[in-house]
Design a protein. Structure first.
Length: 305
């Protein structure tokens, strides 16, 4: 969560509807509404903060930092705005500013587990896993089933070389929130680092049972098949082909049409290329359509091997 329940109750009335949209994951809709509100005058800090959170979710980190800084400048006593700023700075790669912002959020709202989890992440990313582990353990005393804290404790222990302890915390995080993919992905990364490809595959298969359409898990599953990087890239390519949406297929069809027109131009001026061009068209169509079908079979097989 980007803010505590108490902070939710104190939101500007114009931001409450935006918060509901944000919580549904409709981040583009949030930004569209913020753009409309900006035409009526200066935006209040709560609206700017939600815009920053949506930009962060869309991985538009520099814009998220800019919006969050404006929000914090207008309302420096709101912890959740500092929290959003800290997360944006961390995603952008500025660990020092991220740590400063999240520490401010924790001072303004002591004991909030989400803020403590982000603080632990900042400490770990800043090269201090021992402090991250201490922060997570201290916060877990007040929120023992918090999945984010359990996950961060696992990451801090892994960074300290305690793989067994890290694995235990990842499993606890999975039990606390089965739909949150981070702990499964972290477990898989831990197994792969230790050369346990089968165990990594099992962790990724478990997350796909909970979140069936998680692309990152499918990509990582492909990387557990054999040692060849070329094979991994091929499998990932086929997986992406099989996941094309209607819009994606329309784009592919348009590009195929342009390819056909280019070859048609060459036929008119260089008739000798006609047989080769026909082969190219057939191979391209076979690769796209056959690859999409093959990708579906690969995705199903990776969930079972």
């Amino acid at each position: 969560m980007i803010m505590s329940p108490a902070e939710t109750q104190q939101l500007d009335p114009g931001a409450l509807a935006l918060l509901e949209t944000y919580q549904r994951g409709e981040h583009t809709a949030v930004l569209a509404e913020v753009d409309q509100q900006s035409k009526a005058g200066p935006l209040p800090p709560d609206v700017l903060g939600l815009a920053a959170a949506s930009l962060l979710a869309l991985e538009r980190y520099y814009e998220a930092v800019k919006a969050a800084r404006h929000a914090v400048a207008q309302s420096p006593r709101k912890a959740w705005l500092h929290h959003v700023l800290g997360r944006a700075e961390l995603s952008r790669g500025d660990r020092a500013k991220a740590l400063e912002a999240v520490q401010t959020a924790c001072r303004l709202m002591p004991g909030h587990p989400d803020y403590q989890a982000t603080l632990a992440a900042c400490q770990r990313e800043s090269g201090d896993p021992a402090a991250a582990a201490a922060t997570a353990r201290g916060a877990l005393a007040g929120a023992p089933g918090h999945a984010g804290l359990l996950h961060e404790l696992g990451l801090a222990l892994a960074a300290q070389g305690d793989d067994a302890g890290a694995l235990d915390q990842f499993r606890k995080a999975q039990a606390a929130d089965p739909k949150a993919p981070d702990a499964y992905l972290a477990e898989a990364a831990l197994h792969r680092k230790a050369g346990r490809a089968t165990d990594a595959r099992r962790a990724l298969q478990r997350v796909l049972q909970e979140v069936p359409d998680l692309l990152e898990a499918e990509e990582r599953l492909a990387e557990t098949v054999g040692p060849s990087a070329l094979l991994h890239r091929l499998l990932v390519h086929l997986i992406h082909l099989s996941r094309l949406t209607v819009t994606g297929w329309l784009i592919v069809a348009f590009l195929y049409y342009l390819f056909f027109r280019l070859l048609e131009f060459l036929w008119e001026h260089f008739p000798v290329l006609l047989p080769v061009s026909r082969v190219l068209l057939a191979v391209t169509a076979l690769w796209i359509l056959g690859g999409a079908v093959t990708g579906r079979f690969i995705r199903a097989a990776l969930r079972r091997i």
